[in-house]
Structures are given as C-alpha cells and as structure tokens.
Write a protein that binds this ligand. Structure first.
Ligand code: FMN
Length: 212
C-alpha cells in the first residue's frame, strides 16, 4: 500500500510534474511492467503457450509422448498447417453484443464446436489423469472423449463429474472383448463410441523409441 501511495504521488497545484513525480511515474511504469511480465510468463494466452509450459514442466519422455507424431511427423505438421490455412472472414457492422458459439455434436450440446479428442495416459501429466480432464470438459460445457488407453477407469471418470462422455475403442480380433468394453462404457453413461480404425499397426514414434 505504501508503494501504491507513493506511486499515486502528490500534487503540484500548478499541474506541472515535479522531478519527484517524474521519477515516481517512471518507477510506476517499471513496477507495472515487472508485474505484467511476471503475469505474462505464468499465464498462457494461447494454446501454443500451453505447449511451451508443458515442455518446461514435464520430464522429456512424457513431453515427447504428448508432443510427437509418427515417423518423420509429416502428418503432424500437415495437421497444424491445415488449421493455419483456415481463415475467418470478419463481418463488420453486425450486432456482436451476444455471441453464441454453442452447437451440438451427435445431438449433445457443447459451448463451442470444440471437444476433447481421445488421448491416452493423462496421468503422465497430472496425478488425477482423465478425471481432471473430464472435470475441465464439464467446466467448459464441452464433451470429453475418453481413450481406451486412459489411466483412469470409465467408472472413475463417470463418477467424477457430469461431463458428456464419449468412449474411444478399437475393434479387437476377439469381438467379445470389444463388446464388453462397449457395454461397460454404456453402463457408465458414455453416450457414444468412437471407433479408431487407423491402428492395425501402431505408428512408429521415433522419439518414444529413443526415450526407451
Ligand atoms: C498424445 C496423444 C495420444 C493419443 N492417444 C489416442 C488414443 O489413445 N486413442 C485414439 O483413438 N487417438 C489417440 N490420439 C489421436 C487423437 O485423438 C487425434 O486423433 C489426433 O491428435 C489428431 O487430432 P487433431 O488433428 O484434432 O489434433 C492421440 C494423440 C496424441 C497426440
């Protein structure tokens, strides 16, 4: 508070800035700058910054698992490029006092056309694993697709929150195994099954091979 009082400064009735006030004003801008950059450093402002924070926070092996693609990572790069090629055309002079991006996916409501894709092993990043991800989905009013390779059980995720949940699985040679998985998800209130069909063989993830 003392600093705040100092910075607010006193007055020269003439309205001119005294040397002391100028110095105080400079100190204030430095202080604000320092606080601002500290905040900037700790609070990501876009998705890419989360990636950088994760790089710093996680052991290399875990980060590489989340971050990497297969082989030369051509598809991974192309995925990013494909998003970059999408341009939004701004519409001007329209009423933007109420913006509503909500929609439905398979009939289930979401706050925006964005949901959580199925990804495995969330406990590498956080002890609560997929339970935390499901809670985040619920908080954002979006859908959580839970991976077959999750670290939590469908029961744990189901009892953790009321997020709308889909369950991802593969088709196994033993169809009865797939059937049991689907029925268990269904019993636990999962609303849809996402069938992953591109893994008759797993991708050759070179970073993971090196990290072994
Ligand atoms: C770390 C990681 C783990 C993943 N685990 C799974 C998984 O367990 N099951 C699955 O079907 N897809 C998995 N995927 C694939 C994603 O669900 C998604 O299809 C892929 O990231 C491409 O989506 P995008 O183009 O929206 O990024 C995983 C992807 C990543 C990056």
């Amino acid at each position: 508070q003392n600093t705040q009082n100092l910075i607010s400064g006193g007055g020269d009735c003439s309205g001119r800035l005294t040397t002391a006030q100028l110095l105080l004003s400079e100190a204030k801008s430095q202080l604000v700058g320092a606080v601002f950059s500290e905040k900037m450093a700790s609070e990501p402002v876009n998705v890419n910054e989360f990636q950088e924070l994760a790089r710093r926070a996680l052991p290399k092996m875990y980060f590489d698992f989340y971050n990497g693609g297969a082989e030369d990572q051509h598809t991974l790069r192309e995925n990013m490029e494909a998003f970059r090629r999408i341009a939004f055309q701004p519409r001007v002079l329209v009423d933007v006092s109420r913006i509503d991006m909500s929609t439905t996916i398979l009939g289930y409501p979401t706050s925006a056309p964005i949901m959580i894709a199925p990804t495995g092993l969330h406990k590498l990043a956080r002890a609560e694993g997929e339970v935390a991800t499901a809670r985040a989905a619920a908080a954002c009013n979006t859908i959580m697709a839970m991976s077959f390779s999750a670290d939590c059980t469908v029961e744990e995720v189901a009892s953790s929150c009321n997020a709308i949940r889909f369950f991802q699985t593969y088709v196994y040679k033993r169809r009865d195994v797939t059937a049991v998985l689907v029925q268990r998800a269904e019993r636990n209130g999962f609303k849809a099954i996402m069938l992953t069909v591109d893994t008759p063989r797993l991708g050759r993830r070179e970073a993971d091979i090196k990290n072994k």
